[in-house]
Design a protein around this ligand. Structure first.
Ligand SMILES: CCCCC[C@H]1O[C@@H](O)C[C@@H]1SC[C@H](NC(=O)CC[C@H](N)C(=O)O)C(=O)NCC(=O)O
Length: 221
C-alpha cells in the first residue's frame, strides 16, 4: 500500500501533530517540503488545496486538508479516538486545548523579537496556570495512566507533544505537576513514541529564522 504523503513547510507549524500521530501509530509516511512559492502555487493550481491552504495529506486515495479534520480521521483510523462518543468528545476537548496552546507557540515564531519573547513568556505562564493544572487534575481525578478511559489515545499524544514544546521554552515548567511528570515519562516510553523522539526521526525542530523567512516568502505575510 502507498504510504501517506504530507505536504507542508520544512517545520512544525500545523503539521507537527499529524507527524506525531502517524509516528505513534507506527505508520511510515512520506513528505514533500514546500520550499518555494512555485511548489505552493502548483498545489493550488492543481486544485489540491481545498481552501488554498496547507497542511495537506494524501491518504487512502483522498487529498485531505484542515488540520483538525486530518487529525480526527487519523485518530479514528488508528483506534486512538475512544471506545464511544462520550470518550471521543473528551478526547476532542483535550486535543483542542493542547492544539490551541501549541498554535500560540507556533505563531509566536512570526512575531518581531521583542514581541516574540513577551508572547512566549505569556504562553509559558498560560501553560502553567491554565492548561497544565487542568491536565494534572484530570490525571488525579481519573486515577488512570491515560487521560481518557484506560487506554492510550490521541489526547495523551498531543498532551505529551505540548509538554515537550513548552519545556523547550522553560525546562522547569512541570516542577509543580507531579502527575504530569510521571505521565510524560510513561507516554515518552511507548516504543513508537520513544523512537520518534530519537534523533533522525521525522520530527521537526523548533521554528528558526530560516523557517520563518521561507514561510513568509511563500505566503507573503
Ligand atoms: C510555525 C508555523 C505556524 C505559523 C505559520 C502557519 O500558521 C498559519 O497561520 C500560517 C501557517 S500554516 C499555512 C496556512 N494554513 C492555514 O492557515 C490552515 C488553517 C486550517 N484551518 C487548518 O487547520 O489546516 C496557509 O496555508 N495559509 C495560506 C493562506 O491561507 O492563503
Amino acid at each position: 500500500a502507498t504510504k501517506p504523503k504530507l505536504y507542508y513547510f520544512r517545520g512544525r507549524g500545523r503539521m507537527e501533530s499529524i507527524r506525531w500521530l502517524l509516528a505513534a501509530a507506527g505508520v511510515e509516511f512520506e513528505e514533500e517540503f514546500i520550499e518555494t512559492a512555485e511548489q505552493y502555487e502548483k498545489l493550488q493550481k492543481d486544485g489540491r488545496l481545498l481552501f488554498g491552504q496547507v497542511p495537506m495529506v494524501e491518504i487512502d486515495g483522498m487529498v485531505l486538508t484542515q488540520t483538525r479534520a486530518i487529525l480526527s480521521y487519523l485518530a479514528a483510523k488508528y483506534d486512538l479516538y475512544g471506545k464511544d462518543l462520550k470518550e471521543t468528545v473528551r478526547i476532542n476537548m483535550y486535543a483542542d486545548g493542547t492544539l490551541d496552546l501549541m498554535l500560540m507557540i507556533a505563531l509566536a515564531a512570526f512575531k518581531p523579537p521583542a514581541e516574540k519573547e513577551e508572547d512566549l513568556a505569556l504562553i509559558v505562564q498560560k501553560a502553567q496556570t491554565r492548561y497544565f493544572p487542568v491536565f494534572e487534575k484530570i490525571l488525579k481525578d481519573h486515577g488512570q495512566d491515560f487521560l481518557v478511559g484506560n487506554k492510550f489515545s490521541w489526547a495523551d499524544l498531543q498532551l505529551l507533544e505540548a509538554i515537550l514544546m513548552v519545556e523547550e521554552l522553560n525546562a522547569s515548567v512541570l516542577s509543580d505537576f507531579r502527575l504530569l511528570q510521571a505521565f510524560k515519562t510513561r507516554i515518552s516510553n511507548i516504543p513508537t513514541i520513544k523512537k520518534f523522539l530519537q534523533p533522525g526521526s521525522q520530527r521537526q525542530p523548533p521554528p528558526d529564522s530560516h523557517y520563518v523567512e521561507v514561510v513568509r516568502s511563500i505566503l507573503h505575510f
